[in-house]
Design a protein around this ligand. Structure first.
Ligand code: ATP
Ligand code: MG
Length: 309
């Protein structure tokens, strides 16, 4: 099973307004709600590929209940720690005339220590029955930035492979726990190391440094510039599939989902990379992270991969 951990889940609310004007009364044409948060997105994508997945992390209040029932409707198993605070709601305003999008994101409530302790226990419990655990997304404001490091260690002690997809100091700390795989985008890699990366050689150098620390797979996504994968045996570069871009949000989450799926299945690394680039292209062109595996396999024939080190 592939377990995802979301510490800062959200109800993602999309509102359509014609001619959105700040400072005035605006009338809503249409409202849509979706369960959000990076780990939840990864579980949705894994589920659509046909993988068995479980979501855990923190939920609270009516918004938390809404997310839980939404996951149930999608046939995704969940086992969250219930906190005393409402899960946040993020609002996306789409102007139907200009197509301009305005995001209003809540940073989320603080989580009391008692719930963090409970989640640690839940991580141990679920690691025992999971082949892969994914730690994705930002960390609630008051929680220590080394929380993923601790969770990675718990998972590893239970023979569970781990994927970390986060940024800044949370990523740096998680690396110290030596996860199986990390998937920073190029900006997250730069931020974590406080450097400006100028070329492919510099990316490779950083990847090798991370491999020397014991990480088995470093996947650096570079938006439309493709992706570099570094493993002990080889370093690969994949170009993107050229598509009409609808929305790039969640492309990285799709990629993480395919790697979790591939690792769980014991799939060849080059094949997994090809599928991940194909799935990400489908996400970018459709604006959805939900794709079945046959569709992804068909698309993966178009991916060009070469060895660069
Ligand atoms: N314009 C694009 N055209 C085709 N493929 C794209 C495009 N942008 C991104 N992708 C694919 O998606 C992958 C992940 O994108 P990106 O590097 O933007 O991830 P990210 O920043 O982690 O995304 P997020 O965190 O929002 O999910 C890229 O490696 C690429 O394969
Ligand atoms: Mg990302």
């Amino acid at each position: 099973m592939i377990t995802t951990v979301t510490l800062n889940a959200a109800v993602d609310k999309t509102i359509e307004i014609e001619n959105f004007t700040p400072g005035q009364v605006n009338r809503i044409i249409k409202t849509e709600m979706e369960a959000g948060g990076k780990g939840i997105n990864v579980s949705k994508a894994v589920n659509s590929l046909g993988g068995e997945t479980l979501c855990t992390g923190f939920l609270g209040g009516q918004t938390g209940k809404w997310i839980n029932s939404r996951l149930r409707n999608l046939s995704i198993a969940s086992d969250f720690i219930w906190t005393d605070k409402d899960t946040r709601t993020n609002v996306k305003i789409v102007d139907t005339r200009t197509r301009e999008i305005t995001d209003i994101n809540d940073q989320g409530e603080e989580i009391a220590d008692i719930f963090v302790q409970k989640l640690s226990e839940k991580i141990k419990e679920t690691a025992e029955v999971s082949s892969v655990m994914v730690f994705s997304g930002s960390i609630p404001q008051n929680i220590s930035n080394d929380i993923y490091k601790g969770f990675v260690k718990i998972a590893k002690a239970n023979k569970c492979k781990t994927i970390v997809d986060t940024n800044g100091s949370a990523l740096l700390e998680a690396i110290k726990g030596v996860p199986y795989m990390i998937k920073p985008n190029i900006h997250e890699l730069e931020d974590a190391f406080g450097v400006k990366i100028r070329n492919e050689q510099e990316i490779i150098r950083h990847c090798k440094n991370l491999l020397e620390q014991g990480i088995k797979l470093v996947v650096v996504s570079m938006g439309a510039d493709g992706v570099i994968l570094a493993s002990e045996r080889k370093i690969l570069k994949a170009d993107v599939i050229q598509v009409r871009v609808k929305n790039t949000v969640g492309a990285g989450d799709t990629m993480v989902a395919v790697f979790a799926y591939g690792i769980h299945q014991g799939m060849d690394i080059e094949e997994t990379l090809g599928l991940s680039v194909a799935a990400a292209a489908l996400t970018v062109s459709s604006g959805s992270i939900i794709h079945n595996i046959e569709e992804v396999k068909n698309m993966s024939g178009k991916v060009k991969i070469r060895e660069i080190g």
